[in-house]
Design a protein around this ligand. Structure first.
Ligand SMILES: *[C@@H]1O[C@H](CO)[C@@H](O)[C@H](O)[C@H]1NC(C)=O
Length: 376
């Protein structure tokens, strides 16, 4: 019941974005280049875009879709205000609309998994829209948050900064049998614990030989999260503290009631902030304005330019470093989410579910637990 209440409030939160009064529409891009995982690419390009626009890649939660995240997150409205472009990846057609953060393919740079397809969407935006390759950002909620951590590990050269809403450490949600899009209970339940050094090695193993900078990152998590337990917040912090050479046990600054009452922001160094939301479950509401600051789109808290992990030199991203290749490619495109779908209260996903994964309007498919998703 408690979980249902949390989900109900999430749904209300998500739907509240619809009244934003957007000036443009969400468009599908069917041929953005190599798409080994068969993910969908949807783009929101405001009527007025700045010269060399920034790009935010905004990644949906389990049970969500590109369109649901477009409607339910503040990024399109913020794009109208600030003139950047938003890319909404849509998960490949599988029994759930979760992202694959468990297979060796997705956990490897150019490994041909979901992360590879999303990286190629960013590269396409740089090449096609004249986007500023030093201002490509990534964010996501829940499964999209897990993917954001994975993308920062597999494609650190692309992202200028990242923000993560209720995820797990990259490489925590793995499948011991190599499964694609597998559920990992021990990670979800907060039973996987590693040191900063161990997590940093997990991250580096996803892009062997890479010696450039990793993107500055903000991690949000609710203390009452019973889907991806709060322990995962500590593991995420340890992971990126390990990469940046910070002490995860000793933040340099702790700000109470920031950015909201009951939230605590811990700053571990210029490249890592953790925001703990007291009493908040799964999922922490997106703090759009805070993201704008962290991404440097508005003043007031931009992450610094990434430097190499040695801290001695600053490496500027170059287009040549953004050439992505894949071991396999596919020209198949994902159809837009259907307007018909399962009825109110019907199951729409979960482990082993093979039925419809979309809901009839106006209902959306929400994860109740890993075995059962429902149209609410
Ligand atoms: C879950 O992930 C952990 C690593 O975080 C791994 O050791 C474990 O084998 C995984 N569990 C399954 C069932 O794959």
């Amino acid at each position: 019941m408690a979980r249902f209440t949390l989900l109900a409030s999430l749904v209300l939160f998500l739907w509240s974005g619809i009244a934003a009064g957007l000036t443009s529409t969400l468009q599908q891009v069917t041929n953005f280049g190599s798409n080994p995982a068969n993910a969908g690419m949807w783009v929101y390009k405001p009527t007025t875009v700045t010269h060399n626009p920034a790009v935010i890649v905004a990644i949906h939660y389990c049970g969500g879709s590109a369109q649901a995240y477009f409607s339910g997150s503040p990024y399109a409205s913020l794009a109208d205000t600030y003139g950047f472009i938003v890319i909404y990846p849509n998960s490949p057609p599988r029994s759930t609309t979760c992202w694959d953060v468990s297979s060796p393919a997705t956990l490897t740079h150019n490994g041909g998994g979901d992360s590879n397809s999303i990286a190629n969407m960013a590269t396409y935006a740089i090449n096609t829209y004249g986007a500023d390759l030093t201002r490509i950002f990534v964010t996501g909620t829940s499964s999209g948050a897990m993917m954001t951590n994975v993308l920062c590990s597999t494609y650190p050269e692309i992202w200028r900064a990242a923000s993560v809403y209720s995820g797990v450490a990259a490489g925590c949600f793995v499948s011991s049998t190599g499964g694609v899009d597998a559920w990992n209970s021990s990670c979800a339940d907060g039973q996987v614990s590693q040191t900063s050094a161990q997590w940093a090695a997990v991250v580096r193993a996803m892009y062997p030989g890479y010696s450039g900078p990793y993107p500055p990152i903000q991690e949000y998590h609710g203390t009452a999260d019973t889907t991806l337990f709060y322990e995962n917040f500590g593991e995420e912090i340890k992971e990126w503290a390990g990469i940046f050479g910070y002490n995860a046990a000793a933040p340099t600054q702790v700000l109470q009631n920031t950015p909201l009452s009951g939230y605590t922001k811990s700053i571990y160094g210029p490249n890592l902030q953790g925001i703990s939301a007291a009493g908040v479950g799964h999922t922490v509401p997106i703090q759009g304005n805070e993201d704008m600051k962290w991404f440097g789109i508005i003043p007031g808290g931009a992450a610094p330019p990434p430097s190499t992990t040695s801290g001695s030199t600053t490496s500027v991203r170059s287009t040549s470093s953004l050439t992505t290749t894949t071991p396999a490619s596919s020209t198949t495109t994902v159809p837009p989410p259907e307007s018909s779908g399962a009825a109110h209260w019907a199951q729409c996903g979960g482990m082993g579910w093979t039925g419809a994964t979309t809901c009839a309007a106006p209902y959306t498919c929400q994860m109740l637990n890993e075995y059962y998703y429902q149209c609410v």
